[in-house]
Ligand binder design. Structure first.
Ligand code: C2G
Length: 132
């Protein structure tokens, strides 16, 4: 069984996220998603609209996702790859090169980011609507 792993906040889940998750799953047979905790988001300077528990619940409902684990820090990826017997690590190509150190442990794939959608754009657009 070919196991795939990816990481992210996945706040306000949108079609760009789903497009990433689908392509990641298509690379193997099993997809694990490490979702950033609220505490780790603070370190990433991100404030998610949905809590970790609710973002986790939403991700677990996605047909492409087989397992969801917490992402607590920047340093856990090698251990996650080992513990979960991962064959392929996947991220959107806005992260290209950042995780090449994982090539000693598994295949590393950066997939093209979906253009035209982002969580911050959704937030900005909704602010415009609210302010009229
Ligand atoms: N993504 C994408 N297309 C978009 C938006 C996001 O392909 N339009 C991808 C990102 O490249 C990433 C994943 O969806 O691979 C999750 O995006 P975020 O939730 O923004 O994750 P990020 O904050 O980049 O966290 O340790 C890694 C970090 O936790 C990644």
């Amino acid at each position: 069984m070919k196991k795939v792993l990816t990481y992210g906040t996945f706040d306000l889940l949108h079609w760009g996220h789903v497009n990433l998750l689908k392509r990641a799953k298509d690379l193997g047979d099993h997809l694990t998603v490490a979702i950033s905790t609220d505490e780790f988001n603070k370190i990433k300077n991100k404030k998610a609209y949905h809590s970790f528990d609710n973002r986790k619940m939403i991700l677990e409902s996605i047909r492409y996702v087989d397992k969801v684990i917490p992402e607590d820090n920047w340093e856990q990826k090698i251990q996650d790859v080992i513990d979960n017997e991962i064959d392929i690590f996947v991220m959107g190509d806005d992260w290209k090169g950042h995780f090449d150190f994982l090539k000693d442990y598994c295949e590393v794939v950066y997939l093209p980011r979906t253009i035209g959608i982002s969580t911050s754009q959704i937030k900005d657009d909704l602010k415009l609507v609210k302010n009229g």
